[in-house]
Design a protein around this ligand. Structure first.
Ligand code: M6R
Length: 369
């Protein structure tokens, strides 16, 4: 059932354009309004929400970190993101006006389930974003928005992550729609961008051969670092997590602005550093800052692997390896920028002789706390 692919992970990476499109399907009407009737939390309750708290683990947590940017930007409602395993032990401040969003591919992750139970005991409303129909987390939540990734078999999450992002964007826009901070024409514009992302992911997948070659050439390395800013920071964290769990390498993701506060001391000759570069359009200050970060690490000997938008020429002089991704609005860029990092980790793991679908010590769903 691997459909001709060498692993489920490769198959699931390839299924991402469809998974993204399927998760959007039927959720937008002809006029560009979101139809999320399946989210059974009444509009008047959503209008009263004064804080959103996202709880999740692992890759789903990274989706939550990205969702925060979209929710705060589009709704102006404060949003916190917390590792589910930390959440209930710190006595979080929750009440009827808190919307807790629990993100889980399996719907069975014990840490996330415990966070959901705790939130509901405190009177918060819980919305689950989940890929598995009828699993425990959606059953115990007030509402659910299903991702339509189809079954994800490989332990390392790929297509579920992209669809979690799509679901988070939909929730953010829906909150904006219900609360009146986002109007139909603006929603329509974002939805149009979202609809074209599936094709963009397809194009990324067609250009992955140089990434695979690069990954194979790095199989003997001990460490790879990942840097990003804004939504590129969680993408960097996700790139590092993939490499840890699949290639069993030391990999760390940092906010590029934090470099000078410590991590830059790690840079040494020929250390591979993957840098996720935000679009030079829009908030160009972010872009300029990260170009300086690339210069700083390269001056100290790093081997720079730069993920940047097509047509972004400013990065060319400082990139030892350049991975191009299609032009995408900044908030949506994680949907395309994550894909090369998945391919990179999968290929590096294979080159090191690892079993990519069943990495050592890991289980697909973690049902113990
Ligand atoms: O099923 P869940 O989304 O709740 O799982 C959460 C994490 O265990 C999961 O994302 C894990 O980090 C993956 N192995 C990452 O690839």
């Amino acid at each position: 059932e691997k459909g001709g692919y060498a692993s489920f992970m490769l198959k699931e990476i390839a299924e991402q354009p469809k998974a993204v499109a399927d998760t959007l399907l039927g959720r937008i009407d002809g006029s560009g309004s979101l139809m999320l009737d399946e989210v059974r939390i009444p509009a008047n309750v959503l209008r009263e929400v004064d804080k959103v708290v996202i709880v999740a683990c692992g890759t789903a947590f990274h989706a939550g970190l990205i969702a925060k940017y979209a929710i705060e930007h589009w709704t102006r409602v404060p949003c916190e993101v917390e590792l589910a395993s930390e959440f209930r032990y710190r006595d979080p401040i929750l009440d009827q006006q808190t919307l807790v969003v629990a993100i889980s591919q399996s719907g069975e992750t014990m840490d996330t389930l415990m966070a959901v139970r705790h939130a509901r005991e405190q009177g918060a409303k819980v919305l689950a974003i989940c890929n598995t129909n009828g699993s425990t987390i959606p059953r115990e939540s007030d509402a659910v928005l299903y991702t339509h990734a189809g079954p994800e078999v490989a332990v390392a999450s790929t297509k579920a992550f992209l669809t979690q992002l799509v679901a988070c964007y939909l929730v953010a826009l829906y909150l904006g729609q219900v609360r009146g901070t986002k109007y139909a024409d603006e929603i329509r514009a974002v939805v149009r961008d979202l609809a074209s992302v599936s094709g963009a992911v397809e194009r990324v997948l067609e250009t992955m051969e140089p990434v695979r070659q690069l990954a194979r050439s790095l199989a003997g390395k001990d460490t790879v670092l990942f840097l990003g800013r804004h939504v590129g920071h969680p993408v960097a964290l996700e790139g590092a997590l993939k490499l840890k769990e699949l290639a069993y390498m030391h990999a760390e993701g940092f906010a590029a602005g934090e470099l000078k506060h410590g991590p830059i001391a790690l840079i040494e000759d020929d250390l591979p550093v993957v840098v996720v570069v935000p679009s030079p359009r829009g908030r160009s200050v972010l872009h300029d800052k990260i170009v300086s970060n690339i210069q700083e690490i390269r001056a100290r000997g790093a081997r720079t692997i730069v993920v940047a938008e097509e047509g972004d020429d400013a990065v060319v002089p400082y990139a030892d390896h350049l991975i191009r991704v299609p032009v995408t609005p900044t908030l949506l860029q994680p949907l395309v920028a994550t894909v090369p990092l998945q391919v990179f980790a999968c290929e590096l793991a294979t080159a090191r002789g690892n079993e990519v679908d069943q990495p050592r010590n890991l289980a697909k769903s973690v049902t113990v706390e």
